[in-house]
Structure formats: C-alpha cells, structure tokens
Design a protein around this ligand. Structure first.
Ligand SMILES: NC(=O)c1ccc[n+]([C@@H]2O[C@H](COP(=O)([O-])OP(=O)(O)OC[C@H]3O[C@@H](n4cnc5c(N)ncnc54)[C@H](O)[C@@H]3O)[C@@H](O)[C@H]2O)c1
Length: 252
C-alpha cells in the first residue's frame, strides 16, 4: 500500500446498527469509506450525518449479487446480514444468501483487490452451547433445521468460506464472533431484551422478564465493540475471536 494514500474500506451492511458505527470510526481513523447496503434491515437515518462527507460514499446494492468497486481497496468488512431473531426469522432466505453468496462475493472482491477481509460472525455459531462460557475452540451445538438455523448455519458457512479463501487463496482474513451489543441506533422494535426493556419503560409499562429471569446475558456497549473490531482488524490473528463483554448478568 502506498503510505501517503488514504486507506479505502468497503463496509457491507454499513447502514445498519453496527456497520454505521464502524463507518464513523473508520472515517475518524482517516479512511475513505464505501458503505454498501440494500437497506433490508438498515436505515439511511443511521448514516444521514455522513452523507456529503468527502470521505464517505453510500452505494445501495444487494451484496449477494456481483459487487463492483472502482479502483483500489484496502479493507472489506462484511457486516451485511439480518441480525436480530425477528429479522432473520422474517427473512430466512435473504439471511442464508447474504451469509453464503454475500460472503463469497465479498471475499472474491477482497481477493481481486488484495484487500484485508473481516467477517462479522456471531456468538450464534455456538448454537445452544453445552459449554459456558464459550471459548473459540468450542465447536458449538447447532440445530441446522431449527428456526435459528438460517442465521447460525449461514454464519458457520461464512466462517468456513473465509478460512478457505485464507488457506487456498492467501487472502488476509479476520473473523469476529460478535456477542450481544447495544447502543444508539438499535431499532426500538428489534425484539432484543435491551430494546424491549427501554420501550416498555418509555411507555410506563412493567418490564417483561421471560421465565424466572435467572438466565444470564452479557451486553457490550457499541463503542467498545467497534474498538474490538478495530483492534482485531489491525492484529495478525486469523483464527476466530470472540468479542463482547465477558461479565454476564442475570436478566433479572
Ligand atoms: N448487534 C449484535 O449484537 C450482533 C451480534 C452478533 C453478530 N452481529 C453481526 O453484525 C452484523 C451487523 O449486525 P447489526 O446488529 O448491525 O444488524 P442490522 O440489521 O442493523 O445491520 C445489518 C445491515 O445489513 C444490511 N444487509 C442485509 N442483507 C444485505 C444484503 N444482501 N446486501 C446489502 N446489505 C444487506 C441491512 O440492510 C442492514 O443495514 C451482522 O452481520 C450480524 O450478524 C451483530
């Protein structure tokens, strides 16, 4: 890479919750950012503040189709995918396609451009884990035909494809297994516990706790997650890395 040149980065899913925060951070770090999104679950409001910025370009495109980017590219960050259970259960085929075809297309682009590739994977690759907490060497317990299979298996395929491009084509790859993240720009009705609680509180309603509330979760604030993704991108770690808040708390 030419040392005086501004790094150029493609963020797929850049109009979503995590992707938009990532676009903000990359621009802060001096990158030229191309945000590619078909807005299936994302929203232009998330990137409205970036429109008109000379170092930002939005392209509306479905990344399961052939991706064209003019000129050089240094990084490809593949964040496109429905991510909340409500979304991927409403969009099962789109979820499978963006995890499989979309990952193939973005890896192909990274290979063609000689760019470093980072995959947004998920803690869901562990399925209904039989091991707590999950370390990266645990292979998971996934039901391929259950309601969450479309998301879990798409991401597992995406990880396998990423490693294949690394091993066979020598593409520099990173895999972030992202755990629950919360913060500004989450959709209020995405069905996740933090947004449910906040919505109910804003409406003055009692908070709904499923079961006896003894189930545990961990929540990572979005700026911490972005910091983790940034550090992983700049590391030399090829194996998947869990990113999240290690401190679990009961839902209660
Ligand atoms: N938010 C979390 O806690 C969490 C946890 C684990 C993993 N992740 C992963 O991080 C990524 C972003 O999640 P998020 O919470 O920001 O979700 P999100 O729904 O807010 O963002 C996903 C974005 O991808 C876009 N997209 C989906 N399919 C596309 C396609 N075919 N072509 C182009 N764009 C497409 C959507 O329009 C949306 O803007 C996802 O890959 C998700 O699996 C998120």
């Amino acid at each position: 890479m030419n040392s005086v040149r501004r790094p150029k980065t493609l963020v797929t899913g850049g109009a979503g919750f995590l992707g938009s925060h990532l676009c903000d951070r990359l621009i802060q770090e001096g990158h030229y950012v191309i945000c590619m999104d078909n807005l299936i679950t994302g929203n232009m409001d998330n990137i409205a503040h970036l429109i008109g910025n000379d170092n930002f370009k939005f392209i509306k495109h479905n990344v399961t189709e052939y991706i064209y980017v003019e000129g050089y590219l240094d990084y490809v960050l593949h964040f496109a995918s429905p991510a909340s259970p409500i979304d991927y259960q409403n969009l099962p085929i789109q979820t499978l396609k963006v995890g499989s075809l979309g990952t193939h297309k973005t890896l192909g682009l990274a290979k063609a451009k000689g760019a470093k590739f980072l995959l947004a994977s998920t803690s869901e690759v562990y399925g209904d884990p039989l091991v707590h907490p999950q370390s990266e060497d645990y292979w998971g317990n996934v039901n391929p035909v259950g309601p969450r299979g479309v998301y879990d298996e798409a991401k597992r395929f995406a990880e396998a494809m990423t490693m294949a491009y690394h091993r066979y084509h020598g593409v520099e790859t990173r895999i972030a297994r992202i755990f629950n993240t919360y913060g500004p720009r989450m959709r209020p009705n995405d069905g996740r516990v933090v947004s449910n609680f906040i919505n109910q509180a804003l409406r003055g309603e009692p908070l709904t706790v499923y079961g006896d509330g003894s189930q545990t979760r961990s929540f990572c604030y979005v700026s911490d997650m972005v910091e983790g993704i940034w550090r992983l991108l700049n590391s030399d770690v090829v194996e998947p890395i869990n990113l999240g808040n290690p401190q679990e708390m009961t839902v209660k």
